[in-house]
Design a protein around this ligand. Structure first.
Ligand code: PXL
Length: 275
């Protein structure tokens, strides 16, 4: 069985980061170790959330694992709590990169043209350093714009998205997949550039509702798919369809809370796709 390690926060309530990565990656038949980088009472879209930064745990955990000869088939990073923690994450990646494993970075820091509330204007530069270590980065359009110093706009042409992908690869990563782009109004999906400079894309119907945490579900499903031997486009398609089904399902539940999607009920469908 493949083994990945994910570095991101624990939002105790909110269906994002580690509480999404663990169930999704496990359901896909892949072992998921964790490095919790912070404990928050909820994700940062709630008012008054608490935060306990766990930066001081990253180095001792790394040292212990190295002493035990632990290896990972992938290192997958998500939401990081501070610029310093981005630097520590670069060190963590360097400690566990072997040349034949994968580094996958979801630069979870922004959406809809804005940085998340916890981040200041210097954060994207620190996250760009983490991206530079990656085999694959998985930003949404807003994150891709922030990482590459490109002004954000609502509508992007295919040529502009291709330029964003080229700029992402210029950060040092081998391939990039931009989420939330479907090539036109009423569509969503992804556009990617692989390590040979080949562009890949997928487009499907954009549902008229927006939920928090869908990026984490997408990235976790891509990681699971890649670890199960799928190619980049195939892994992206499974992940995009899964997110779309989760959104559809959640919007049909009258009692669904606002803070995340009800992905749990759809895990059997995701597992079925890997058969
Ligand atoms: O879904 C990304 C995410 C992860 N972790 C925390 C967040 C967010 C997005 O807001 O606040 C703590």
């Amino acid at each position: 069985m493949k083994r990945v390690v994910t570095l991101q926060d624990i939002s105790c309530l909110g269906r994002c980061s580690i509480t999404v990565a663990l169930p999704v990656i496990s359901a896909m038949g892949v072992e998921c170790a964790i490095v919790p980088t912070a404990v928050l009472s909820t994700h940062t879209m709630f008012k008054g959330f608490t935060v306990c930064d766990l930066s001081d745990q990253i180095e001792p955990i790394t040292r212990h694992w190295l002493s035990q000869g632990i290896k990972f088939d992938a290192v997958y990073t998500g939401y990081l709590a501070s610029e310093d923690q981005c630097g520590q994450t670069v060190d963590f990646i360097k400690s566990f990169k072997t040349g034949d494993n994968m580094v996958i970075v979801d630069p979870a820091m922004a959406d809809h043209g804005k940085l998340y509330p916890a981040f200041g204007p210097d954060f994207p530069r620190a996250m760009a350093e983490v991206c530079g270590q990656a085999d694959l980065v998985l930003p949404n359009l807003t994150e891709a714009a922030f990482l590459t110093g490109t002004p954000y706009q609502e509508d992007w042409s295919e040529a502009e998205v291709k330029q964003l992908l080229e700029r992402l690869l210029a950060l040092g990563c081998k391939s990039a997949m931009i989420t939330g782009y479907g090539g036109g109004k009423g569509k969503t999906g992804f556009a990617a550039m692989d390590s040979e400079g080949q562009t890949l894309s997928y487009s499907h119907t954009l549902l008229p509702v927006n939920y928090h945490g869908t990026g984490d579900i997408f990235s976790s499903a891509v990681v699971g798919g890649l670890m199960r031997g799928l190619g980049l486009r195939e892994a992206g398609v499974i992940a995009a369809d899964f997110v779309s089904r989760c959104i559809q399902y959640t919007s049909a539940q009258p009692d669904a809370p606002w803070y995340g999607v009800e992905f749990e009920a759809l895990l059997p469908e995701l597992m079925e796709k890997l058969k």
